[in-house]
Ligand binder design. Sequence first.
Ligand code: ZN
Length: 222
Amino acid sequence: MFTGHFAVGLAAKKLSPRTSLPVLIVAAMLLDLIYLPLVLLGIEHMAIEPGITAVTPLNFFYYPFSHSLLAVLFWAGGFGFAHYFFNRHRTGALVVGLLVASHWLLDLVSHRPDLPLVPGVEYFVGLGLWNSVAMTAVVELGLFLWAVRLYGNYTRRDSLAGRVSFWSFFVVLLIMQLMAYQGKPPPSVEVVAWSGIGSWLFILWALWIEKTRRVPGMRPRL
Ligand SMILES: [Zn+2]
């Protein structure tokens, strides 16, 4: 999933309004933010195999350190604990930990059975929503549109910048998602990994949103 993970990060603002949006988005995307550098380092792997699912031509055949259930529990606990350590904010820590875990649950729904439970054990899970582009679009875009509406209604803009930051974020992500549904195979795994690392741009974008829109009556903190 792509916009599905952003959706969960946006919606979590309502659960922990004091936590800044870039932190919520990083938590929701964390497993992929770990996975793609590991691919470039040759520690985890993916391959391009057109037709392996209807939605994505990527075969995620080795990612035990970023995407096994056991690793995810570690990352979720670690991220939640680190957040608590630096902010002393219990709700925020709980929410970011759950966001890290939510990534795996969304992947569980969408991936073919390629998600390991424990590194080194040849047993994989995945419910295969990606076998249907139409069903994926309904679920993922439904989630994304719901979350954008929720965030837009929950936060207030102080200036025009607050409108531009948020709606441009929405439109760019939506266009990228619709292009991804075309299922065009990328030229190489390196291109996939580097463009994934480019998703840090959206985290900076989320910081811009955080600075230009606020939850009424709340002072944001990281
Ligand atoms: Zn993932």
